[in-house]
Design a protein around this ligand. Structure first.
Ligand code: FRU
Length: 487
């Protein structure tokens, strides 16, 4: 390890130590979501279950609640519920990653854990250069950098990042997000026999590829995987314009379903589908665990979107991740639900069945506070149903046109609308809602639609109100969730 590496690690650790009480005293500190020990957290990276333990790395700027020269922070868990912060996996210390160890992925090969990440550099002229780099570990905690293994191919710009590696039969493959010299976002594919020598196969999807037309200037964080026989490309394109209910965040995340050809590498795919309809969701990554499940974590943030309006910056931290979610393909679309392991957090339970509200707004005895989990099952719904939380955020459904609306009037800059919407293609049957101190994740009808957002209500406000136009009959189950999941 270089002297610079050691010095950066020490500075980061002392930053944690200096601000520990400020961060832990913040009323918006999350209780069952990953957040940074100090500073800014963005993308989940390097997700893998290795030798029985789940590893979750993340983009981390320890020195300020803002972007900059990213480190890789590291959490480990045996059960996806209790996590230990392992400290620093990678620090931006070398010529090829001095301006950030950017996002990437992990694979296991011959008892060794390989991290693939992007070395980000601003050169003497101020231009961005990005390299795909490798670091390896035999104990899963200490990583030795091996330097760049891929340089940007001809025709592409310095926006060239976020390697995701996987194995199929006896070969390794990698997808990388890129922007070409015509400012078109692309996903590039590589192959390798040994994880160190990589051959460029070409773009498999992107703006102006596969009959797509213009679709953004840069595609970040690609993830290519199979879900029940369908090939899925998960990607975060930048540069889409708002289109009615779609693409209202600064940048979007979604997927293309189709078929990946390995002989002449390209992805034949259908339409882009947004994976989440809320205000904060970006740069997710998936992995397969030992049970064969495809599990995803997302970043509960969006770059350049309302970041400074988050009150947690006053307590020296910002952003968090979503809970781990299982992804499944139901023959038509991806559905998402929280990993069942999270049920271990459930404490006191409360069940009210056959509640009817008619043209009224009501509180329901005992349904209040946070962190909590709610499960609502609808028996009858005439017209419109809404749930308002802590006088800060509300979620509603209008039966006539199927519109689901998440409304958050308090945390907006002027360039953003104060609600996010989508149309549910069937009747509303179920809501499953995870509420932490400053976040909400709403799974609709078993995860056919999901809304993910941050919220910053008055910490002491515990009120949850239910409104119905016409008559709504439903049952509601609430669990108080146990406190901190960190060891
Ligand atoms: C996505 C992203 C990635 C990049 C990382 C840097 O949020 O912009 O493309 O690798 O963040 O922190």
């Amino acid at each position: 390890m270089s002297d610079k590496d050691t010095a950066l690690r020490q500075q980061a650790m002392s930053e944690i130590f200096t601000h520990e009480t400020t961060v832990s005293g913040d009323p918006y500190r999350l209780t069952f979501h990953h957040m940074p020990p100090v500073g800014l957290m963005n993308d989940p990276n390097g997700l893998i279950q290795w030798k029985g333990e789940y590893h979750l790395f993340y983009q981390w700027m320890p020195f300020k609640p803002d972007h900059g020269e990213k480190f890789w922070g590291h959490y480990i868990s045996k059960d996806l519920v209790h996590w230990k912060h392992e400290g620093i996996a990678l620090a931006p210390s070398e010529w090829y990653d001095k301006d950030g160890c950017y996002s990437g992925s992990a694979v296991s090969h011959e008892d060794t854990l390989y991290l693939f990440y992007t070395g980000n550099v601003f050169n003497d002229k101020g231009d961005q250069e990005e390299y795909q780099c490798v670091a390896i570990s035999t104990d899963g905690v200490h990583f030795e950098k091996k330097g760049p293994v891929i340089h940007v191919p001809n025709g592409y710009t310095g926006d060239f990042r976020d390697p995701k590696v996987w194995k199929k039969e006896h070969k390794w493959y990698m997808v990388v997000g890129a922007k070409n010299q015509k400012a078109q976002g692309k996903v590039l594919m590589y192959e390798s026999d040994d994880l160190l020598q990589w051959e460029f196969l070409g773009p498999i999807a992107g703006s102006n590829e596969n009959r797509l037309g213009d679709f953004g200037y840069m595609w970040e964080c690609p993830d290519m995987f199979e879900l029940d026989g369908t090939d899925i490309l998960l990607v975060s394109p930048q540069g889409l314009q708002p289109d009615g209910m779609k693409y209202n965040n600064t940048y979007q995340t979604g997927y293309f379903a189709g078929e990946l050809s390995f002989t002449e590498p390209s992805l034949e795919h259908g339409a882009f589908v947004e994976l989440d309809r809320g205000f904060e969701f970006y740069a997710p990554q998936t992995f397969i665990d030992d049970k064969g499940r495809r599990i995803m974590f997302g970043w509960m943030g969006v770059p350049e979107q309302m970041e400074q309006s988050h009150p947690t910056v006053n307590s020296k931290w910002i952003h968090c991740l979503t809970v781990p979610r299982v992804l499944e393909w139901n023959g038509e679309q991806i559905i998402q639900y929280p990993v069942p392991e999270l049920e271990e957090m459930r404490e006191a339970v409360l069940l009210h069945s056959e509640i009817t509200i008619e043209n009224d707004q009501k509180a329901i005895r005992g349904i209040e506070g946070r962190p909590i989990e709610l499960q609502i099952d609808f028996e009858q719904l005439d017209d419109q149903f809404a749930i308002e939380l802590f006088h800060y955020i509300s979620f509603s459904y209008t039966k006539r046109d199927g519109t689901l609306t998440l409304s958050r009037p308090h945390l907006e800059d002027k360039s953003q609308t104060e609600f996010r919407r989508t149309v549910l293609k069937e009747e509303l049957k179920k809501l499953h809602i995870l509420i932490d101190t400053s976040s909400i994740e709403i799974f609709v009808n078993g995860g056919k639609e999901v809304f993910t957002s941050r919220m910053f209500p008055q910490p002491e406000d515990e009120d949850i109100l239910f409104t119905s136009l016409g008559e709504t009959t439903f049952s509601i189950e609430q669990w108080k969730l146990s406190g901190y999941v960190y060891e």
